[in-house]
Design a binder for this molecule. Sequence first.
Ligand code: DX5
Ligand code: ZN
Length: 226
Amino acid sequence: MANRPIRIAPSILSADFARLAEETNAIDAAGADYLHVDVMDGHFVPNISFGVPVMKALRGLTDKPLDVHLMIAPVDPYLEDFAKGGADIITVHAEAGPHLHRSLQAIRALGKRAGVALNPATPVSAIQHVIDLVDQILVMSVNPGFGGQSFIPEALTKLRQADALIGNRPIDLEVDGGVDADNAKALADAGANVLVAGTAIFSGNDPKTYAARISALRTAATSTIA
Ligand code: DX5
Ligand code: ZN
């Protein structure tokens, strides 16, 4: 397993949107490594969240990297807007269109880190031939669209396969959906180094709880014996 640093990426989807600035400042101060920004279109996934204007507002509140997970199709027409709006990592779904290679090239051409997400039913082999255009692989451990769903254990197998595909390449391996302090060690053991967590961090929406929850995830993940 490559020696990639553990990153905790709270998903702003589970924040209290009526207090978005306060929640963002709190999660930043609580030790988040990235802010995970879930963009949903009601078409690629059966839910609508928010788009570029909200991401831009987040950009104005934090210097932490914005890890933008685009659950939209088509995606190519919007890449430039997200890049110019301040995204740092832009992740597209392998299933979102017929031209994944082009999408990844476009993200890199915009000067951003290129991510590719795999739905639970999509095999790791789907990205084998574009791997050298990828900076981060996102293994979905729930069906995308909603926070608070149960972790799908088969994701562990996929993480191990993705880790093997990555080899020594400088590619981060992210997992998203149902991540908590109880499964974080198994996820890290399987190769994941970027842990997205919505419910496990924001549940109750009490900023006083965030630092301990981020720290619990980090401690669990780093207790791994590689
Ligand atoms: C689901 C999103 C996730 C979601 C995770 O479609 O991509 O980022 O916010 O939420 P939890 O951690 O509650 O499963
Ligand atoms: Zn996500």
